[in-house]
Design a protein around this ligand. Sequence first.
Ligand code: SAH
Length: 252
Amino acid sequence: MVHFVGAGPGAPDLITRRGAALLQTADCIIYAGSLVNPALLGLAGPDCAIYNSAEMTLEQVLAVMKENEAAHKTTVRLHTGDPCLYGAIREQMDALDAMGIAYDDTPGVSSFCGAAAALNAEYTLPGVSQTVIITRMEGRTPVPEGERLAALAAHGATMVIFLSIGLIDRVQDALLQGAYTAATPAAVVYKATWPEQKIVHCTVGTLVESTRAAGITKTALIVVGDFLAAQYDRSKLYDPAFTTEFRRGTDR
Ligand code: SAH
């Protein structure tokens, strides 16, 4: 059996208990070495075989899974954050289906949640934005026409941009073509939840210069929107006037 596991954003104690238990009992771990904290490999048993997928192709990863399955061994495929975002798990799952190998998926804390925690921020503030757009700038990996950053920026919603810090010039240009202005707050979060975490507060207009000044070139998220500003409405849910299924408000 193959277990896909979300490693969390970096801090080793942010993996789920289920994910940690799977690492402890795995016969083999294939981890995404470019981003997964190697400290997690310390959970592996002494006889566990460990592979770094950063140095492997999809075919090589599948070959290791197939070999383990034939020997009735358990493989953990350890992806950074949550495997469902930019994890390239679908192609692995489809191949495993074709080979008749069973698998399951254990979620993890995505880096976009790690970044919000680092910022002490709420992405969905009443009166500001009730939508989070998770996206990336097109680079060597194309993005569908209708999802170009400039088009998504038209919504002015909270935006979290993955995999794009190396294209920060183009990100800034695209954001300014939408509903954001040069004064819209933004932040760059480098290695959220790792000891070397860095946070840069800036605006859309100063994204490029602030990122350069901080020397951030990889492993970062760009977050944009007025959720980083001071103004918002208080929640209805906790408003004394508001009646809910669990609490009678003063409006009744
Ligand atoms: N599945 C992962 C994302 C993998 S794509 C998740 O859920 O987080 C890799 C990109 O994620 C990086 O280029 C960077 O943009 C972002 N990333 C991953 N870990 C990060 C972290 N600790 N801090 C900031 N960004 C991170």
